[in-house]
Design a protein around this ligand. Structure first.
Ligand code: CO
Length: 134
């Protein structure tokens, strides 16, 4: 069901410092920061030849990554994103298998303007999974 690996996301306390690390120290191409108030994060993308790294900084009160950063103050790997051909079919299949879809279970537009859902880490080897419509 899952297809291409789309990105790994890293939650960071300081997006400017993180983008400087990827751009200047690791020599990668890094996008300008993009505020996503509906998701409570500011995002910058590191574009690599075969995938992307999504750097996430909390935005506003009650950011969904605030608790993660309390537990991991220096930042850390936050989620993996896989592509699926049909997000509704994937969601229905996972729910009928007993997997927990976060939020109200309805896809929301993600950072790439495509519908995404998130799956509970306890159902997937301790890792938060994002599925994105291909
Ligand atoms: Co993501």
């Amino acid at each position: 069901m899952i297809g291409r690996f789309n990105h790994v996301a890293i939650a960071v306390p300081d997006l400017a410092a993180a983008t400087a690390t990827y751009r200047d120290t690791l020599g990668a191409e890094v996008s300008a920061p993009l505020a996503q108030p509906e998701h409570g994060v500011t995002v910058a993308f590191v574009t690599l030849p075969n995938t992307k790294v999504e750097l996430l900084e909390p935005l506003g009160a009650g950011s969904p990554i605030a608790k993660f950063l309390e537990r991991n103050p220096a930042g850390g790997v936050h989620h993996l994103c896989f592509e699926v051909d049909d997000i509704i079919a994937a969601r229905n299949r996972l729910k009928s298998a007993g997997a927990r879809v976060l939020g109200d279970g309805e896809p929301k537009l993600g950072a790439h303007g495509k519908p995404v859902i998130f799956l509970h880490p306890k159902d997937f080897c301790g890792t938060l999974i994002e599925l994105e419509q291909a």
